[in-house]
Design a protein around this ligand. Structure first.
Ligand code: DON
Length: 345
């Protein structure tokens, strides 16, 4: 064997060993993720706390025992436990993606100037929060955010396109791209919420009166109601979270859904206001930008590390899923997901 052949063989062996060890590292990391997911599922499966939302009658009928967890890592791998197939309505989690769409189309300033990026410290459908800015502070300055109902209905009104159909095609298109599949509206939820959304209609009219919505508040409220009724399972939600975790690129389809440099703005509003008046407590415990919906879903984002979602319909008093908060906090803490935590040496 010549010296050259011998060194080539050595090199090949070295490469093989490195790739073997990096494969086993990957396998170990994968096992750790699945272990964390399984542990949270086992720990909280039997927990009976909270209550389904019932101010939208269709939500009261959803099985309260539905419980599914999904985590998506940068390689597009999906780790799951429980029921990750049954769809619930996305509800307020859609607010993130409609806000993201407006930011993508019109820039970060557009949302900040029209609606604001400040926490209201109030419930998601608070009218007093709007009045507080307009009447108490006396400024009318945009000091709310696009993740509470008044700001979200305003954000929906900002999606350009003219006709309701054209605007809707853009809204659902953005959600589809983030989820990596074609989503559909749960018609029973849409009808139920349309029949019972007088409060949101009042909010829409108020937002027009105060100039946050420029015209046609009825169309904005209707499209907002429709976007809240999009059906998603835990896997869809985790993929949507992962799209935000990985710079606006869906890690399975590889489609760049939004510009990477616009994603931090979206995550910042999620961190500030994603769990309403419990957002501070949530951030304190996990450090994760997140968003809840009254359908029982919560998404959370560990930038560059993972997107996670849990669905479990019973909510606490602030309107956030009880089990989803606990499961996400446990899994993220097990995986070192808190972006504020020091990196292990
Ligand atoms: O407008 C509403 O009240 C619902 N469509 C959405 C509210 C919601 O999801 C708040 N989430 N925690």
């Amino acid at each position: 064997m010549t010296i050259i052949t011998r060194s080539l063989l050595g090199l090949a062996l070295g490469v093989a060993l490195v790739s073997l060890s990096s494969n086993s590292l990957e396998a170990q990391a994968a096992a750790d993720v699945q272990k964390a997911v399984d542990a949270a599922y086992a720990k909280y499966k039997g927990l009976q706390e909270g209550k389904n939302a019932d101010y939208i009658p269709a939500l009261a009928k959803v099985d309260p025992n539905l419980f599914g967890i999904a985590v998506v890592t940068p390689d597009g791998k999906v780790y799951t436990a429980g029921d990750v197939k049954t769809e619930v309505s996305i509800q307020s989690i859609s607010k993130v993606f409609t806000m993201a769409q407006v930011i993508q189309e019109q820039g970060l300033d557009a949302i900040e100037k029209r609606i604001g990026v400040d926490a209201t410290g109030a419930r998601f459908n608070s009218i007093i929060a709007v009045e507080g800015v307009k009447v108490v502070a006396g400024t009318g300055a945009p000091e709310m955010n696009a993740l509470v109902n008044p700001g979200a209905i305003s954000a929906t009104s900002m999606v350009t396109g003219g006709s309701a159909d054209a605007v809707w095609a853009k809204i659902i298109g953005f959600h589809n791209a983030a989820a990596g599949r074609e989503l559909t509206v749960l018609q029973d939820v849409y009808k139920s919420e349309s029949d019972s959304n007088q409060r949101n209609q009042a909010i829409g009219a108020l937002m027009l009166a105060y100039g946050y919505i420029k015209d046609n508040w009825q169309q904005a409220v209707d499209l907002y109601t429709r976007q809240c009724s999009i059906g998603v399972n835990a896997k869809d939600l985790a993929m949507m979270a992962a799209t935000l975790a990985f710079g606006g690129k869906n890690p399975v389809t590889n489609k760049q859904v939004m510009d990477a440099d616009k994603v931090p703005g979206v995550l910042a509003v999620m961190a500030t206001a994603g769990l309403y008046d419990d957002s501070g407590k949530w951030l304190y415990a996990t450090g994760l930008p997140a968003k809840s919906g009254v359908g029982g879903g919560i998404i959370a984002v560990s930038p560059g590390k993972f997107g996670i979602a849990v669905i479990s319909p019973p909510l606490d008093k602030a309107g956030n899923s009880v089990k989803a908060q606990k499961a996400i906090a446990d899994i993220s803490n097990a995986l070192g997901g808190n972006p504020y935590a020091p990196k292990p040496k």
